[in-house]
Design a binder for this molecule. Structure first.
Ligand code: ATP
Length: 296
């Protein structure tokens, strides 16, 4: 049996450079793994794939990315045996945190270990990229510049350790919707990823906030004003930076210490306790990798 964690990601920057002939967008973004994770246990079965999820509202069939990752490895590596996957879901769904990709990444790594396939990280990433653009990052994790459609990765100097408060409004944003609206509207401000990379080299957390920028933020904020309001709440309460992750709607705030993060999270819970739809709030820290095998 393999127990494995799949970490969520946040975007420290997100730029869209154009639309490609294959319909995907060309992106350039700095991605960061965070310690908020789903936990998966994998055990061998004779032939079939079984998936059980801790939440009832997520489909546990062949449409789920965890299931598809297992099927892909079985097919490509000629694995006759099957797998029973038990998925404990903590990363909010359709939130801009790559939760589905984190699960697929964990299953790819887990199947490799379970069946002793000895696939290289590169081979796992190539398989992952067939299922989703964020999966190679979720396999390798840490702090990386992602280009192409998000699957071309270059490791950067790790982000200085920071604590992160994640605030997920009770709304869902589809990635396709955000990109379509971006095509129509564009963005006024774009991140400078070279300057961001240099700031990471400098190793000072305080250098990062002015360079953090997500071109999809204005698109999603226009439709869901609550995102701007959550950002303001975080900044008013001393977060070094507050920004939307990916296509949203999750907003994250950056602080230096665990104590500050816990205080900020408690404050935000109190401030929004009367709201009609209360946000989900999580505390995490920056993580150096995307998946972690706990035990075999
Ligand atoms: P990204 O930032 O990569 O766009 P996201 O965090 O916005 O991802 P996910 O949580 O990955 O979004 O969910 C996107 C869609 O994928 C959902 O509509 C969900 O139904 C589907 N999905 C398939 N498998 C999973 C899974 N294991 N966990 C969560 N969602 C999944």
């Amino acid at each position: 049996m393999i127990k494995i964690e799949g970490n969520a990601k946040i975007n420290l920057t997100l730029d869209i450079l154009g639309k490609r002939e294959d319909g995907y967008h060309e992106v350039s973004m700095v991605m960061q793994s965070v310690s908020l994770h789903d936990t998966l246990t994998l055990s061998k079965t004779r032939r079939d794939i079984f998936l059980k999820i801790s939440v009832p509202w997520l489909r546990a069939d062949e449409r789920n990315l965890a299931w598809r990752a297992a099927a892909l490895i079985k097919e490509r590596c000629g694995v006759k045996g099957g797998v029973r996957i038990n998925l404990v879901k903590r990363i909010p769904v359709a939130a801009g945190l790559a939760g589905g990709s984190a699960d697929a990444a964990a299953v790819l790594r887990g199947m490799d270990a379970l069946y002793d396939l000895q696939l290289s990280e590169q081979e796992l990433c190539e398989l992952g990229a067939e299922l989703g653009s964020d999966i190679p990052f979720c396999i390798t994790g840490g702090t990386q510049l992602a280009t192409g459609r998000g699957e071309v990765l270059r490791r950067l100097k790790g982000c200085p350790t920071a604590w992160i408060v994640l605030m997920k409004p009770r709304i869902s944003v589809s990635t396709a919707w955000a990109y379509q609206h971006y095509d129509a509207e564009g963005a006024e401000r774009h991140p400078d990823n070279l300057a961001f990379e240099q700031a990471l080299e400098g190793g000072q957390l305080s250098e990062l906030p002015p360079l953090m920028c997500n071109v999809l933020e204005s698109v999603t904020v226009k439709e869901h004003g609550i995102i701007e309001s959550y950002k303001e709440q975080m900044l008013e309460r001393g977060a070094l930076a507050a920004m939307m992750s990916g296509s949203g709607p999750t907003v994250f705030g950056l602080v230096r210490t665990k104590t500050e993060a816990l205080h900020l999270a408690n404050h935000l819970r109190r401030q929004n306790s009367e709201a009609e739809r209360q946000p989900d709030i999580f505390v995490a820290r920056t993580a150096g990798r995307g998946t972690r095998i706990l035990h075999r």
